[in-house]
Design a protein around this ligand. Structure first.
Ligand code: MG
Length: 508
């Protein structure tokens, strides 16, 4: 990397490059696992991954690397801004390897690989009891890990877990955010449900007909090209859970899934994953293989995917642009269906049981519930055994729906079986960042007009200049202030969602 003068930082970069390359090799294996792997190959792949994971851990624990990192401090006056960011990111990432004992990391890996299989079975059989003891162990291991991560010896365990995914995020901040979301979105949802349009939509499905996989794929490819996704540096494959994967600076791939009775979802998935990919593909090239490559946090990453999916993809203006193409693709299926109905298909509010199927209005309520349960579990305020009942209670209270069983309730998400706690809130943060970025963007460029004309390239170049190019140079709280002049504030999201859906559902 050019511009780095400090000799210790230079040496750290040389050492880190090996970690970065190993992580990218791992990404190839993971992508292949999720897209191509033959059934009999899973044990072999697990062995390969375990071996690579060990190699990566050894690199972090390398004596010279550790000594260099201990010696250097972020506040060192001799460091340039870029060097400071490199040191800060390395110290942040190294915390896990340097503070958590290796036995705990190994125990967690073993516990979760078993728990994942038990969870799959428990979910299919609606049998929370069989998963409960594994979840208890996972919670306990996360508490131990949090205790090691807390530097001063005292502090909120859940803060330590949040910080792994969104540097600096705290429980208190989350509590304020979710309080504001609940107090504004729950009443909004009640009004929507009482509206005439909502009642009509519930009476008959908005969308029917068959939409071939190939047509859906072509539509997705068209939209992605419009967004500026370069297929010489990526590709779109199929997987049951769509994802984006960075295999290299010039190889950022996405996946999609196609339902034969719904063409809306795959377009939205393409825009969402495309948004993640464009972020990674827009980072300053000189950051490649350094600790400031790639998106800065899960929350900022999700803001880029949500922005393309929601603020652009579901907007009236963009849908106006897309409309003739949709009619051309589906002349029979969309015959006699007017434009306003098609806009409704992309923006229907439908409070349901499943998070991944949730609309823009209800999505964060699903996250509020998960945050509250996670925080209470990690800080020993509730027991694992109580989860199914608490889940049902909160679903009823926030969304007005009652899960008939645990399969579509407490057992629906994979995250806890993976051992991941503190991850869910970053989904909501992404929605909040996206709304706040959009507020600024609208003052700087003619977002509506550009969307209406399909000039998405202009939107991308604005994002590249103001956000993408920086990769992980700025921490999330610095970046949001740099772009919008203000710290993160949920009022932008609340205003966006209230204005948009009051208009759609004609609320007064
Ligand atoms: Mg995402």
């Amino acid at each position: 990397m050019t511009g780095v003068k400090n000799k210790n930082v230079k040496r750290l970069l040389e050492k880190y490059k090996e970690i970065s390359l190993l992580n990218k090799i791992q990404a190839v294996l993971d992508w292949d696992l999720n897209v191509n792997l033959p059934a009999n190959a899973s044990q072999g792949r697990a062995n390969q991954t375990a071996y690579l994971t060990g190699l990566v851990a050894d690199k972090w624990l390398d004596e010279e690397f550790k000594a260099l990192l201990t010696e250097i401090t972020e506040t060192d006056k001799d460091l340039e801004d870029t060097e400071r960011a490199i040191v800060r990111n390395l110290k942040h990432a190294a915390k896990f390897y340097h503070r958590v004992p290796k036995e705990i990391i190994v125990e967690k890996a073993e516990t979760t690989s078993k728990a994942f299989m038990i969870w799959q079975e428990a979910k299919s059989k609606n049998d929370f009891k069989s998963f409960a003891p594994h979840l208890e162990k996972i919670v306990h291991l996360n508490q131990i890990i949090a205790d090691h991560l807390i530097s001063s010896g005292q502090g909120n365990r859940y803060d330590a877990l949040l910080d792994q995914f969104e540097p600096g995020l705290t429980t208190k901040q989350c509590q304020e955010i979710f309080f504001q979301i609940k107090t504004s979105v729950v009443p909004l949802l009640k009004k929507i449900k009482a509206s005439k349009l909502y009642q009509q939509q519930q009476a008959a499905p908005l969308l029917s007909g068959e939409f071939s996989t190939n047509d859906q794929r072509q539509l997705s490819l068209f939209v992605l090209r419009k967004m500026g996704y370069d297929f010489n540096s990526g590709r779109m494959d199929i997987s049951s859970h769509p994802f984006t994967s960075t295999l290299d600076r010039y190889d950022v791939r996405i996946t999609n899934r196609y339902k034969p009775d719904n063409f809306v979802e795959s377009i939205m998935v393409a825009m969402h994953e495309g948004g993640h990919a464009l972020y990674e593909l827009g980072v300053d090239e000189s950051y490649s293989d350094t600790p400031i490559e790639g998106g800065v946090s899960l929350g900022i990453h999700e803001s880029q995917s949500r922005f393309w999916e929601n603020q652009i993809g579901r907007s009236e203006e963009f849908l106006e642009f897309l409309m003739p193409i949709l009619y051309a693709f589906y002349p029979d299926q969309l015959n006699n269906i007017d434009e306003s109905r098609i806009i409704s298909m992309f923006n229907q509010v439908n409070p349901g049981l499943i998070r991944v199927e949730a609309d823009e209005v209800t999505y964060n309520l699903h996250i509020a519930l998960r945050f509250e349960l996670e925080e209470a579990l990690i800080n020993n305020k509730i027991e694992v055994q109580a989860l199914p009942q608490l889940w049902k209670h909160k679903m009823k209270k926030y969304l007005g729906v009652l899960p008939p069983n645990d399969t579509v309730g407490i057992l629906q998400d994979v995250h806890w079986s993976y051992g991941v706690f503190g991850y869910f809130p970053t989904y909501t943060l992404g929605n909040l960042y996206a709304a706040q970025f959009t507020d600024t963007l609208k003052k700087e460029i003619k977002l509506e007009e550009l969307s209406k004309n399909g000039q998405l390239g202009t939107i991308l170049s604005y994002l590249r200049t103001s956000i993408h190019q920086y990769g992980s140079l700025y921490w999330p709280d610095e970046l949001i202030k740099k772009v919008t002049d203000k710290p993160l504030n949920s009022k932008f999201f609340v205003r966006y969602i209230t204005e948009k859906y009051s208009k759609i559902y004609q609320l007064n």
